[in-house]
Structure formats: C-alpha cells, structure tokens
Design a protein around this ligand. Structure first.
Ligand code: DGY
Length: 419
C-alpha cells in the first residue's frame, strides 16, 4: 500500500518557507521543474502553498525571461557547483540555464482543480505574463535560427543529466583541468550518479556559457555541445498549448497569434526527428547534424507533447508495451536492450515517476487507455516495492535510488497515483 500521508509529510518537511527543496542535503535549493511538479502535489492538500511555490520560482526570473534551473536562495555547502561557479548577475543568485518548462501546464491544472475561485484566478493572472515571457525566451534564445526545435547547451538543461543520448555530444566537450570536490557523492552512492568524466565536461560548459555572456547567438554558433532534446521540445509544445488556453481565459490575446505560430513551426519541424526504424522521435546532435539513436524515455515524450500523428502514436504505443516487458519494474529511462543501460545510474536506466506520468498522460490522449493504466500500475509497484519516495528507482529490482524523501516523487504520488 502507498502511504499518502507520508507523501504530504515529505513536502512539509522539505518546505523551506515558500519553496520546496527536492531533498535535503543533495539538492538544498529550488529547482525549476522539480518545483513545478511539486506544486501540483501541494495543490492536492494546500492550494495556497502551491501558488506560493510558483511565486517564489518566478521571483528569480531574469529580465530576458529565462527561468533558471536553480535558484540559490541561501548558501549551502552540501551542493556543488554553487552560484559563484555559474557567474549569473541576477536578483536572486541562480544558475544560467533553464529546465523543461512545466509551469504553464502546472498553472493550468491548478486553476482547473481549484476550489479557491477568485484567489486562484488572481494568482494565475499574476503569473501569466511571466510564463509568456519565459516561453518567448525559449523560442527566441534557444532557437535563434527559428528552426522550430529548441536547442540546449548543457545536459542539465534537459533535466536528464547523464542520459546516454548525450554521450556522443558530450564527448566532444573539453574537460576542465582545475580541482574541485563533488558534494553529491557525500549523499549518494557513486554507482547511482554521473561519472567524473561527465562532471568535468558539465563544468566546462558552465564556464563556456559564462565566457560567452550567455549570448544566444554566440552559444548557438560556437558551443561544442548543442542538442535538440526531444523531451524539452515536447514539454514546451504541450505547455504552450496550455498557455494559449490561459491567455484566452485572461484576455491576453496579444500573445496568442505569436504562440500559435511557434506551435505550427514545431509541429512542422518535429518530423525530422521521427525514426520509423526506432518507432519513436530521436534527439538530435546539432553540431554534427546526426540523430542520437539511443532510445530513452525522452523519445516517447512527443506523446505528451501531442506532436505525434495517429500512426506514429500507435507505433510508439507498441514500443511502450515491449519496453514495459523488457524493464522488470515499470518503464526504464533507457531501453533495457541498450548496451548503455544501467538500471541504477541516474538517467541511464532507473524509473522516474514524473516521466512515467507524462508518458501515461500522452498515451491516454491518443486513446491508449489500457496501456496508460499499465504504466501507472507498474509505476505504483515500484513505490510499493521500495517502501518510500525516492528520487528514482532501480528498474531491475524496484530498489529506491538517489536521494530519499524526494519531493517530486511524493508529489506525483499525490496527484497521479492517488487518483
Ligand atoms: C545535479 O546537481 O545533479 C542536478 O541534476 C543539476 O541540476
């Protein structure tokens, strides 16, 4: 049995007053997409607190619309790299990249389910111009050429840090030569975290962003790491659809035509990522121009983005069935047949609840209700097997991995598994 009281208790104990840390120690600040998903969990038992989470996040938005992936609201030596490494010149110390934009979707869902009437409408109205500015930032600063497919310049921007899809593009990035001490390994077993080789390159890219003054044209022209992350493309697309609905509801018609044009551009461009051979949409390496052939759960998210046509969706549904069978527990984040699959190592194979929720939501949208229910039932089995809310779960044994008492996992249980 799943203990939903324990899920609520985790959000309360990770609440630092206006924002929720993903977990204590390992991630002691406010993370962007964690926070959006956590707000959906808060909303099931404390609506006011959910809106406050959103307000705190957007208080750290940059003037150009960027919503940073981390807001360093205070100092903490349990995490590396801290704000001094990133070099942002922002109101609230922050990182200099973003994360998959879930906020429009979170706000739309919160508004729909709200019992708070005018108060909730006032919250949504206050956030709306900021969310529009954030989507504009994605389309402008992460797609300077107007291709319809936003790019990312750091694996952390995808939120799927050490996905095997990034191995090739990341191998091209030089390694930093200075000494540093990782803090994540003080909290989590090395076998469940990215390698030193990857960290050296993550840090190089942080310095590269800084030396190029975060200028989108310089990044797009010169970054050694430039990928189209199909998960971000899909989440952005779905969130923009939700955002258009919000703009209509709140008479912000001025943004609608522009956002619709972005949807059309992406819808047209996304077919370049479709692979009939792999039966999913692939990530792209923008430096070499080659598709990244690794099947990770990112490649299924066009279902959530409502970007697939009916034939593509049914091919993807067949793939999901096989994938579920190949993963002993739920949907492994990398297909278990891949030679790069590692059942416990962060984004190289473990099960992540929020991604499974998105995939199930997408399957339902295309009419695959039974399969969506199976994804949900198997995800629930993970939480039950592990007996708690972990950052992710081993897809072979169901064992809890990464950080414990994890906010977004508890939140997804509250707004998805509890339904
Ligand atoms: C980390 O530090 O592992 C984070 O995922 C970066 O956002």
């Amino acid at each position: 049995m799943i203990d939903f009281d324990a899920a609520r208790a985790i959000l309360r104990s990770n609440d630092l007053g206006g924002y929720t840390v993903p977990t204590r120690g390992l991630y002691p600040f406010q993370w962007n997409w964690d926070s959006a998903i956590t707000a959906l969990g808060w909303h099931r038992f404390d609506e006011g607190r959910a809106w406050r989470e959103a307000r705190t996040m957007f208080s750290g938005q940059w003037d150009n619309g960027l919503l940073p992936h981390i807001l360093f609201h205070h100092e903490a030596d349990s995490y590396f790299p801290g704000s001094e490494i990133w070099g942002a010149n922002s109101r609230i110390p922050s990182s200099t990249i973003s994360q998959p934009p879930v906020w429009a979707l979170a706000v739309a869902r919160m508004l729909e389910r709200s019992s708070a009437g005018d108060a909730a409408r006032a919250e949504a109205r206050g956030l709306l111009p900021k969310i529009v500015a954030h989507h504009r930032w994605w389309y402008r600063d992460r797609d300077p050429g107007g291709s319809g497919l936003v790019e990312s310049y750091h694996p952390w921007e995808s939120g799927m840090d050490n996905s095997p899809a990034w191995d090739g593009p990341l191998a091209r990035v030089p390694r930093v030569e200075w000494e540093y001490q990782r803090r994540d390994l003080g909290h989590v077993d090395q076998a469940q975290r990215p390698s030193r080789r990857e960290y050296d390159r993550y840090l190089y890219l942080i310095e590269f962003l800084k030396h190029n003054e975060f200028d989108p044209c310089r990044l797009s022209a010169g970054s050694p790491y430039r990928v189209v992350d199909i998960a971000t493309v899909s989440i952005l697309h779905r969130a923009t659809r939700e955002l258009i609905g919000l703009c209509r509801q709140f008479d912000l018609e001025s943004a609608v035509a522009e956002l619709e044009a972005e949807l059309a551009r992406t819808q047209q461009a996304v077919n370049a990522c479709w692979s009939a051979e792999h039966r999913c949409f692939l990530n792209l390496d923008k430096v070499s121009g080659a598709p990244l052939r690794e099947r990770t759960t990112a490649t299924l998210l066009p279902l959530f983005g409502l970007l697939a046509d009916a034939e593509q969706a049914s091919q993807m549904a067949a793939l999901v069935e096989e994938w579920l069978t190949a993963s002993r527990f739920s949907l492994a984040s990398t297909h278990p047949e891949s030679p790069r699959y590692e059942s416990q190592r962060y984004w190289r194979g473990p099960v992540w609840l929020h991604i499974n929720w998105m995939i199930a939501d997408g399957l339902r949208a295309y009419g695959f209700d039974d399969l969506a229910a199976r994804v949900k039932a198997e995800t629930r089995r993970c939480v039950e097997a592990a007996g708690g809310y972990f950052e992710y779960y081993c897809s072979r044994t169901g064992k809890g991995c990464g950080g414990g008492d994890f906010s977004w996992t508890a939140a997804v249980a509250l707004f998805w598994l509890a339904d």
